[in-house]
Write a protein that binds this ligand. Structure first.
Ligand SMILES: NC(=O)c1ccc[n+]([C@@H]2O[C@H](COP(=O)([O-])OP(=O)(O)OC[C@H]3O[C@@H](n4cnc5c(N)ncnc54)[C@H](OP(=O)(O)O)[C@@H]3O)[C@@H](O)[C@H]2O)c1
Length: 191
């Protein structure tokens, strides 16, 4: 692991057509299809670390491993933001012995990423919004499935507290790829 400049940060989002990540009751598996999920595994293998929040661990108990064919040479580290020590030691993320799990209680999100050159954020609406507010997101990879969950579903970003459009984060679309029935849209940060 190297210490140094800010890592390149990719925010991965997997949503319905209307930008929802889960039903109001929390059900979220699986909104996107197998082709999108296979690409997410390849993306995990291409990053040094995955960053998630305790909300995602408690809701979904995901493994967060890169399951690729051929198998990844190394599993990315998993950084979990957990300020109140709610992490269950029985969580599935601990089942892969070759992978490092890092629990961080930092107040400053950027500090939690120090030491990495490439990080992919795979989290819920709270961490996704915090990452945008902190200005650390360089790239968004947005997997959008052709399903509508409605206004009572959970939105992909929690509140940003914006009081002017001029303060809204802006991204430029750099690519669109079909992934089975889904679309993968790629965006680079403009501001
Ligand atoms: N479709 C997708 O791509 C996708 C991916 C992942 C999750 N999800 C869904 O997202 C939902 C969970 O969303 P969530 O918002 O509860 O989970 P989250 O964003 O993964 O985690 C939120 C929690 O992280 C902790 N945290 C620590 N540092 C933080 C910071 N700087 N900013 C914000 N939070 C910080 C907070 O708890 P403490 O204060 O206790 O630390 C907060 O409640 C689930 O329904 C899951 O299925 C969807």
């Amino acid at each position: 692991m190297t210490h140094g400049p800010k890592p390149r940060v990719t925010l991965k989002l997997a949503t319905s057509l209307d930008g929802k990540i889960a039903l109001a009751n929390g059900q979220s598996k699986w909104i996107t299809g197998p082709e999108s999920r296979a690409e997410v595994h390849r993306m995990r293998a291409a990053h040094q670390a995955i960053l998630t929040g305790i909300g995602t661990i408690l809701a979904d108990d995901p493994e967060f491993t890169a399951r690729t064919d051929p198998p990844a040479e190394r599993q990315p580290d998993l950084i979990i933001l957990d300020r109140q020590g709610r992490m269950p030691m029985t969580a599935k993320v601990f089942a892969e012995p070759s992978r490092q799990v890092v629990l961080r209680a930092s107040k400053d999100l950027a500090a939690a990423l120090s030491g990495y050159e490439t990080v992919m954020i795979e989290a819920g609406a709270e961490i996704a919004a915090s990452a945008l507010k902190a200005g650390i997101v360089d790239r968004i990879e947005w997997f959008r499935a052709p399903i509508v969950l409605g206004g009572d579903g959970l939105g992909v970003f929690a509140g940003l507290g914006l009081e002017s459009l001029e303060l809204a984060p802006i991204f430029q679309r750099t690519g669109v790829i079909e992934r089975g029935a889904d679309l993968q849209e790629s965006y680079e940060q403009v501001r």
